[in-house]
Design a protein around this ligand. Structure first.
Ligand code: TRP
Length: 335
């Protein structure tokens, strides 16, 4: 195997449900590329999932396997990356505790992603401290293995910014231990949900999963938002902001044909159903091998969990080394 780039990559997902095409476009596609060139850690963020699913431990527990199946099914390879479970490395929580001192509550309240999530979840007066502070814990996820590249979607940029503020503050008080980190954004940008407004989510029923059947794909694609003024086939239609075109541009390998269809749609004379049929075929063709691999892997859950167990052990060794440096820098190494 050729020598890998020295820069370390870390990213992860909350195990709250199966992964969808938004995850694929936003982050998983980049991870597939990075796994051959970089040292890459992939973390299942069960502690972070518990910050807003604390009353549903079974959901979080069961989705660890589901997310891992998605990873393996798309071709993330345990020979090339290291997979681990966040809670099984208690030093991440320890590191997060030290970072807590370096971040103000008002700074956390200004984090745009957290702000949006707080509004969406209607926490009102019962906002859990753990939820407000999860960006600090996320900084610990990234820095515990001294990662410098984080392949994520745009919504995670505030977390990277927060992490870099912690890096600077930590190094200023305790000496240089950490380096700043960079987000690696996807080339395609954000993939909207079928309604075109929000990002994909299970509760909104606007998502296509990596494990979706053809029938489920059909249901979601047929409900996709196109152009409310495109009533008759002969009407000129809007391509910009048309969810069907956004998806075709992301997944249809025949780019020239998509361009032709877009031109025809703008002029008038192309119906939504024809486009939607094409998209269903494109997505089904993309997901079919993933679905098949996933079904096979799902028959051997013990083997899949073993990969996580081994990866967690490998990661923990690295984290313990980081913690040694952190404790020396912070003068909490007594014995
Ligand atoms: N917050 C991320 C999400 O909701 C998941 C996550 C947890 C993460 N820790 C991370 C992503 C560290 C990148 C790096 O998708």
């Amino acid at each position: 195997m050729k020598a890998k780039n020295q820069l370390i990559v870390l990213t992860g997902d909350r195990p709250t449900g199966p992964l969808h095409l938004g995850h694929y476009v936003g982050s998983l596609a980049n991870r597939l590329k990075l796994q051959s060139t970089h040292r890459q850690y992939i973390m299942i963020a069960d502690a972070q999932a518990l910050t807003d699913n604390f009353s549903e431990p079974k959901k979080v527990h069961d989705n660890v396997l589901e997310v891992m199946l998605d990873y393996l099914a798309i071709g993330l390879d345990p020979k090339k990356c290291t997979f681990f479970i966040q809670t099984q490395i208690p030093e991440i929580a320890e590191l997060a505790q030290y970072f807590m001192n370096l971040v103000t509550v008002s700074r956390l309240q200004r984090n745009p992603t957290v702000k949006t999530e707080i509004a969406e979840k209607n926490f009102g007066n019962s906002l859990p401290a753990g939820f407000l502070a999860y960006p600090i814990s996320q900084a610990a996820d990234i820095l515990c293995v001294k990662a410098q590249i984080v392949p994520v979607g745009e919504d995670q940029l505030p977390m990277i910014e927060q992490t870099n503020e912690i890096v600077r503050t930590f190094n200023r008080y305790y000496g240089r231990v950490f380096a700043e980190v960079k987000a690696q954004l996807s080339a395609v940008g954000r993939l909207p949900g079928a309604d075109g407004k929000s990002k994909m989510s299970k509760s909104l029923g606007n998502a296509i999963y990596l494990s979706s059947s053809r029938k489920e794909i059909e249901q979601v694609v047929m409900s996709m938002y196109t152009d409310s003024k495109h009533l008759k086939v002969s009407d000129p239609g809007r391509v910009e902001g048309n969810v069907v075109f956004t998806y075709l541009q992301a997944f249809d390998s025949d780019k020239a044909e998509v361009k032709k269809l877009a031109a025809q749609y703008s002029k008038g004379g192309l119906g939504d159903v024809v486009l939607k049929r094409r998209l269903i075929d494109v997505l089904d063709k993309f997901l079919q091998p993933i679905r098949e691999r996933r079904q096979k892997l799902a028959k051997e859950p013990k083997k899949v969990m073993k990969i996580l167990e081994q990866g967690t052990a490998v990661t923990r060794k690295v984290v313990l080394q980081t913690m040694k440096e952190v404790k020396t820098a912070m003068k909490i190494n007594y014995f």
